[in-house]
Structures are given as C-alpha cells and as structure tokens.
Design a protein around this ligand. Structure first.
Ligand SMILES: Cc1ncc(COP(=O)(O)O)c(C=O)c1O
Length: 476
C-alpha cells in the first residue's frame, strides 16, 4: 500500500497541475508519430509494471494530447471543462467501485438526490423513480424512446416486450431537421426503421416548423400509420435553437404521442437571466434528456434522462431474476429495472460534488456567464466586416462564417477548411457544421474561464488560418 500511497500523491499533484496550467498549453496538438504508435500499438507487458512507470507514461505520452476541452479557448462541439469538484472525487468512486444497479449503498441513494436536484434545477416534474443517470444523452434517448414505444403499443393493445413490433402498424417518430443524430440512432436500434422517422423542416431560426409537423402527422394518420413520438430540442447542437415546446406538446396531446425533449446541451439554459420564454413548455414533456457532462461540467461520463411516469419506464425494462430480488428500496426497485444497463458506475458522486460545490447560485452564474460570453461573441461578429452571423443566438452557441471581401465564390470551401486549420495552430479550437446548405463555423461557450480577449483571439485565429489556406491555394 505504501507504493499506492506514494503514487496517488504524485497523481494528485499531476492532476492539480494539469488543471492549473491548462490555459498555458496548446489547446490541441497533433500526436507525434512516435507517441501515436506507442499509444496505438503497444503490446501487453508480460510482467506487470510498477505504478511509478505507469504515471510516467501518463505524464509523457497522454497528458500532452488532450481533446482540448478544458482550455478557455476550446469552442468545439459540446465538450466542457471538467469541474474541479468532479475531478476531486472521481478516484474515490473508483476506489469504492460499486455497481449502482441497485441495493442499499451510498451510490444508489445519492443518485436519487442527484436526479431530484437536476429535475428541480430545470423545472421538470419529478417523482421518486423519475430518472436515471446514463452514459450520455444517446443512451438517455434510447431509454426514452423505448418507453414511448412501449406506451404506444400498449395503448393499441400490443405488448412490444412480448411480440416485438410484429403485427403492429408502423410507428412513426418526428424529429426536426436540426435534431441530434442520437434520435435517429435510437429509432434504428429500437426497430422502428428510418423510413418511419419523419424529418420536420425548421424555420429561419432553426426551430421545428409546427405547421409542417401537424400536416405530416395528419398524413400519417390518414395512411393508417401510428404517430407515437415527437422529439424536440432544448438547444440544438448546431445553433442552440429551442423548439416551440408548447405548440409541439399540443400536437403530441392531440395524437396521444409521447413528447420527448433533447435537452442534452441546452436544458440548463433555462437558468440564464432573460432565458428564452419558450423554455416554460419544457415541463410538459413526457421525458427529458440532459447531460450533466455538458454545460454543468461533470467529468465524462454523466448523462441523464428524466421522465414523468416512473411506473411506465419500469414496465418497459424491468426483469427481475431471482438472484436480484430486493425489497429494500421502498417499492422503487433497482435502477437496472429502468434501463438496459445492469452494472452501472457511481456517476452520482461526480454529479453531486459538482452541484454541491457550485450550489444553485454557482450553477446559475456558470450558465449566465457563458451565455453572456456568447452574447459578446455575437456582438463582435456582428460588428466585424469580415464575419457574418448565420443564426439567431438563444443559448451559448454562436453560428457564423468568415466572409472576407472579394471571396464570395469560395466561401463554402474556405469555411469548410477553417476549423482544422485553426485547430492545428493550437491557439483556439472550433468546429464547423452546415446550416441551410451553407458551410458554417460554430462556437459553443461552456467555460466560464473564457475571457473577452479569448474571443478576440478566436476571431484573429480564424483570419490568420484563412489567410494561410488562401496562400496555399494560390501558390504556383
Ligand atoms: C443536442 C445534443 N443531443 C444529444 C447529444 C448526444 O449526447 P451524448 O454524446 O452524451 O450521448 C449531443 C452531443 O453532443 C447533443 O449536443
């Protein structure tokens, strides 16, 4: 144990030092060929190696090559810096190493609290048994859509768990053109078939067009199909748009469809000062996915799904073999009865530490600060002659493009190449997307340590990277 104690102290210093200096290092850098082949091709050692050597390898071969999130000038995808409190307790979760499938122990009991806190934070109705921590929103979505499928089939007199989808009319799910790919994955995985996924177009603000949703549902009903689920977004991944929840909830209610909201990234935006008023309808959903490992900064992985009706989700998944029977949990059963996973990690500890350390005020401040940073970036882009906003900003994502004078013909090509060129320079990190057929850049602001100067660096880096791309193209 002395060897472990010594190594843990070194790791503690390494971890704290890494977090303290993250802003001084390149945001991202390519892995050298040597380290890449070491990371990829090493053989399992025949004889075991001491802790000290493992720590040396981590220091030399791994810490220099992060994804980049954690740095104040990381604006890519939706990846946050880890909360220090989450990092602090992560090794303890590993040391205790429980399975949070069920039983009476700290991991399971704490998860109930974390789920209630998350529901209360975003104003989602909560009853004990009303949610699950998951690996992420993708798994959260599978669970929610499975419950939706179960309910619809049950209403139609069929038990999907017994019969599968055989004998049932095709079930149709509605997602917006800006909905995350995890919705489609869930539909495929649950045997619904992509042909039964309707992609509802969006309006100019990239929000689901509810009139079109209505007419698509009506057409499917006329065709004898079974509309069973509509999935809206609280913060789309491309632009952070928030769908019109109230109107969508009305359509869902008219057709006894399940109303799911993907709030993986943006559900927490409800806490911002002057938050989008449409967030109010979020409480009408049957299920809500939100990722504590996104805006809240809980170290990966920690997703979450909340639902209105605990009994229904339990009925979707519960199988209790004799060796798992347990009456201890006051009628709620095991967490493993509410989803596909049996062995489940102690995610609640990282989430609890993060939320407790920030407190409600700190969480509101975190959201507010990052939304304010996005507003600032939006204003800077609006004021710059060589940039153009491509979508309204409602949360902390800004979608835009570089638009230098006299390059109208090659804007798509230029903007497509910019993210990688910026990333390789190592001073900022952003990613791109396509919006309404146009190549776009997007910056997702999640790190309260980002400053206005960092935003200026981002725009300058884009200019320099673009100049490099142009110079390379015009070289003889
Ligand atoms: C809006 C949205 N939904 C769903 C997901 C999928 O979440 P996860 O990667 O946690 O499974 C993401 C991931 O970025 C997202 O941004």
């Amino acid at each position: 144990m002395d060897e472990l104690r010594r190594a843990v102290r070194i790791v503690a210093d390494l971890t704290a030092g890494y977090l303290a200096d993250v802003g001084e290092r390149p945001v991202w850098q390519p892995v050298t060929e040597l380290d890449s082949s070491w990371l990829t091709d090493q053989d399992l050692p025949t004889a075991g190696r001491p802790f000290s050597e493992l720590v040396d390898d981590v220091r030399a071969r791994m810490l220099p090559y992060p994804l980049g999130n954690g740095h104040p000038r990381f604006f890519g995808w939706v990846n946050s810096a880890p909360s220090a409190a989450g990092v602090l307790v992560a090794p303890i979760a590993a040391a205790m190493n429980p399975s949070c499938a069920g039983g009476e122990h700290a991991g399971v009991l704490l998860e109930h609290t974390v789920l209630r806190w998350l529901a209360e934070l975003v104003g989602f109705p909560h009853r004990p048994g009303g949610g699950l921590l998951t690996s992420g929103a993708s798994m959260a979505t599978v669970i929610a859509v499975a419950a939706a499928r179960q309910r619809a089939a049950y209403q139609d007199g069929l038990d999907v768990r017994e019969e599968g989808l055989y004998g049932h009319r095709p079930m149709v799910m509605y997602v917006s053109a800006e909905g995350h790919s995890c919705l489609r994955k869930a539909a495929e995985l649950l045997g619904l078939g992509n042909r039964q996924v309707r992609v509802v177009p969006v309006d100019d603000a990239f929000r689901m067009n509810v009139e079109t949703l209505r007419s698509l549902v009506a057409r499917d009903v006329r065709a004898g199909l079974r509309p069973f689920c509509v999935a809206a977004s609280a913060g789309t991944v491309n632009t952070g748009a928030i769908d019109p929840f109230d109107e969508i909830a009305d359509v869902a209610a008219e057709h006894t469809m399940w109303f799911h909201i993907d709030g993986a990234y943006g559900a927490l935006g409800v806490l911002a000062d002057n938050a989008w008023p449409g967030y109010a309808g979020m409480a009408r959903a049957d299920s809500l996915a939100l990722d504590p490992h996104k805006w809240l900064g809980v170290p990966v992985d920690c997703g979450c799904v909340l639902w209105r009706d605990p009994a229904l989700t339990r009925a979707t998944f519960s199988l209790i073999p004799a060796y798992l029977r347990d009456e201890i949990e006051g009628g709620l059963g095991w967490f493993s009865e509410y989803g596909p996973e049996q062995t489940r990690p102690f995610r609640a500890l990282r989430a609890w530490a993060t939320m407790s350390h920030l407190g409600r005020d700190g969480i509101v401040r975190l959201v507010d600060t990052t939304v304010q940073l996005a507003r600032t970036l939006e204003a800077m882009i609006d004021a710059a002659e060589d940039f153009e906003l491509l979508a309204p900003r409602t949360t902390s994502i800004v979608a835009f493009r570089y638009r230098p004078a006299n390059q109208e013909q090659r804007l798509d090509e230029l903007n497509r190449q910019i993210p990688s060129a910026v990333q390789h320079r190592g001073r900022a990190f952003l990613t791109g997307t396509q919006l309404a057929g146009v190549e776009a850049l997007r910056a997702c602001l999640l790190n309260p340590a980002t400053t206005k100067d960092d935003l200026g660096v981002l725009l300058d880096e884009i200019r320099v990277a673009a100049a490099g791309i142009t110079a390379a193209e015009t070289q003889p």
